[in-house]
Ligand binder design. Structure first.
Ligand SMILES: [Zn+2]
Length: 222
């Protein structure tokens, strides 16, 4: 079986998490989210985790080299048939480092899946989100609670997370456009970019991604 070595790209609020979840079920690909990966290493107190913790505790960014070692370990352990990488790379420099590290291991990316969503939609999606203290999620327009401002399941008050406030969303989008968006050109130039319209509903986006991946697999076998 040919490998599916994939990375997910897209702005915050594009629904990458939802798509990753579905792809994991479809293709049995391990999902490698760098945030989760860092937490896992830290919690388990691995050597890499302790090293990363020293940076995180000082409020510094964990160096690329360390993150890449964690990703490669994870790929080696679980990703024989492929993987789905989310949250990395976030810059062209990181993309170069990942390309080189994969090559050293005799592997290469199959595709970069971009879930494309315009800024206005991102702001509307994220700034409408509300959450209770038990983590139940709502959206004031798309999925409102029965009683305005209170959770249907436990009756506790709904709040807007700091990350979802319009000013924060705009800042996150600005970071995305300056750092991550150049990756779109990077992967396009290498013929690896596959673009999906993330303003469509999640099921349709999923079906399109699945069809694309099925096609990529066939091409590789020919
Ligand atoms: Zn709740």
């Amino acid at each position: 079986m040919s490998e599916l070595n994939l990375i997910l790209l897209g702005p915050p609020g594009a629904g990458k998490g939802t798509q990753a979840e579905k792809l994991k079920d479809d293709f049995g690909l391990p999902y490698i989210g760098t945030g989760e990966l860092l937490r896992k290493h830290k919690d388990e107190g691995t050597e890499l985790g302790r090293e990363a913790a020293r940076y995180m505790d000082n409020g510094d960014l964990v160096p690329d080299e360390l993150v890449i070692r964690m990703i490669l370990d994870e790929i080696e352990e679980k990703g024989a048939d492929g993987f789905l990488l989310d949250g990395y790379p976030r810059s062209v420099e990181q993309a170069d480092a990942l390309t080189a590290a994969l090559e050293e291991n005799g592997r290469s990316l199959t595709a970069a899946l971009l879930i494309d969503v315009d800024d206005e939609t991102v702001i509307q999606r994220l700034s409408g989100r509300r959450q209770c203290r038990n983590g139940h999620l709502y959206h004031v327009i798309f999925d409102p609670p029965k009683n305005d401002g209170f959770c249907d399941q436990d009756g506790t008050r709904l709040v807007q997370r700091e990350d979802d406030k319009p000013a924060t969303v705009k800042r996150r989008l600005a970071t995305y456009h300056s750092k991550t968006a150049p990756l779109i050109d990077y992967y396009e130039e290498r013929g690896l970019l596959r673009r999906f319209d993330g303003t469509r509903d999640a099921k349709e986006v999923h079906n399109r991604i699945r069809a694309t991946l099925a096609m990529l697999r066939m091409e590789e076998r020919l």
